[in-house]
Write a protein that binds this ligand. Structure first.
Ligand code: URA
Length: 247
């Protein structure tokens, strides 16, 4: 079936410019479809077969974007907000033109891996409770995290609202005995995404998370070369593997 889309929508989606720019350029005869100048912005094109050019340059259409963001603290996992900076605010206009949204949420103070996309189907499947997509977090926890905590998490702990968590895997990396109080460095893998889940799981065993960073989601791992606050598009391999991890 033909995939028809308005010409101005296609150019806008590809981050070519604002609606008014695109209108101006079309009027000036800079936009062609299959070699024919088109001045009507509402002209319908089939993005799979029609060749669209702007000022002589071919505009290759793509529908979806998949972005890995190294989320910094202090930024909220939303597309817009009247007070705070959002994760979408960290992206350039060319990517924002695709209307990406975060796949799930990280708390304002949580750092690390956040996937943004405009692919609602993939997002839905990665977040579906039925898919049990694993997510690994690195955390610093006040106090001594013990093997008993690990056993409790492996069986399931009761959160403050009575919810019993699904089995989770705890790895204790190190106990830090600084000049002040003892802290523990750990990794925790969970397969669900309740509100503040990691913090509330530790609260259920009487401990407080003081630093939290997400490392993985399904097969996707935070690229440690990506500085905090930076983003990059997923590689073809990462995307293929991620699609596999929801099946
Ligand atoms: N668990 C939390 O407590 N916070 C997050 O941001 C993610 C998981």
């Amino acid at each position: 079936m033909a995939k028809k889309i308005r010409l101005d929508k296609l150019l806008g989606h590809m981050g070519c410019g604002s609606r008014s720019d695109i209108k101006k350029w079309a009027k000036a005869g800079l936009v062609t479809v299959n070699g024919v100048v088109i001045k009507d912005n509402g002209f319908q094109v089939d993005h799979e077969v029609d060749e669209v050019r702007l000022d002589g340059n071919v505009i290759a259409y793509r529908e979806y974007v998949y972005i890995m963001l190294h989320k910094p603290p202090g930024v909220i996992s939303a597309t817009e907000d009247s007070r705070d900076q959002t994760v979408v605010d960290l992206l350039p206009d060319e990517l924002r033109a695709f209307d990406p949204f975060p796949v799930g949420r990280l708390d304002k103070d949580t750092e690390g891996l956040l996937l943004l996309t405009n692919d609602g189907k993939l997002s839905h499947e990665l977040l579906s409770p039925r898919k049990h997509v694993p997510k690994t977090y690195y955390a610093v926890v006040r106090g001594e995290v013990t093997a008993e905590d690990g056993q409790a998490f492996a069986t399931g702990v009761t959160l403050d609202d009575g919810y019993v968590t699904k089995p989770a895997q705890l790895v204790i990396l190190e106990h830090l005995c600084g000049s002040e109080e003892l802290h523990s460095r750990i990794e925790l893998t969970i397969t669900e995404g309740k509100f503040h889940q990691v913090k509330r799981m530790f609260a259920s065993v009487g401990k407080q998370v003081t630093y939290l960073k997400r490392l993985t989601m399904g097969t996707l791992r935070l690229d440690e070369q990506l500085p905090i606050g930076a983003w990059r598009e997923l590689t073809v391999e990462e995307l293929e593997q991620l699609r596999g991890s929801r099946e």
